[in-house]
Design a protein around this ligand. Sequence first.
Ligand SMILES: Cc1cc2nc3c(=O)[nH]c(=O)nc-3n(C[C@H](O)[C@H](O)[C@H](O)COP(=O)(O)O)c2cc1C
Length: 251
Amino acid sequence: MVFYYSGCGNSKYIAQCIAEALDDKLVFIPEAQRNGAFEYTLAENETLGFVYPIYSWRPPHLVDEFVNQLIINGKPSYIWTAVTCGDNVGETEKLFRKSLENKGLELNGAYCFKMPNTYVNMMGMSVDKPEVADQKIAKAKEKLPKVIELIKNHAEFSDMIKGALPRFKSNVIGKNFWKWASDKPFFANESCISCGICEKVCPVKNITMESGRPKWNGHCNTCDACYHHCPKHAIQYGKKTRGKGQYFFKD
Ligand SMILES: Cc1cc2nc3c(=O)[nH]c(=O)nc-3n(C[C@H](O)[C@H](O)[C@H](O)COP(=O)(O)O)c2cc1C
């Protein structure tokens, strides 16, 4: 079984490729949470996988919450995680290992894929230049068969790009990131054509269309899917996204 979360498609792509190669079932975490689907019974020798993007050098809060709520009946034969990041992941592996341990589960393999950056809500943070984004995707595609082999072989492995000052980034900056992140600065400017794509792509259903305009309802997961998918580039995050580009995974 492969549990995954994705805002802009990078992690979805990785999850889909691995699940397909393993002939495994995919479970989209936000949907499972909406449906209250927290209990899963594993078949004999079944493996467990978790795929998600890195948010502020940690697993997204939503993923942590889901793992905390999970009830797994049966013993997985192998547990792996594959994360996607723009640059580096800090101490994500250690943190995720701990979350699983709290549920009596042991992480066996951890792998990260560098993919195009999606975080634009902060000064100085923007999408990658198209050639950089293309290179990252090409390298990730090259790595995928190797990771799939490792998972198939139930290898004990760790291949995470921690980056500089991982403990500081994950535990000082990252720890409270989701609490500071707010959807209040989001707005749609006059280019909005009321198409409703933002409402549709929001993984946590935080957007409703009111009088033809998106309204953010305060339980945003800061994935920026609404910003990146807007066909008119009408969605902005206060002044922080002014002049910045858009990106979402297209294959
Ligand atoms: C809120 C937020 C925080 C992020 N923090 C990090 C980070 O700490 N390190 C990093 O390398 N990339 C970071 N990124 C980039 C994403 O991890 C990366 O682009 C990921 O592949 C997006 O996956 P998705 O398309 O499945 O949503 C962040 C992106 C967002 C939206």
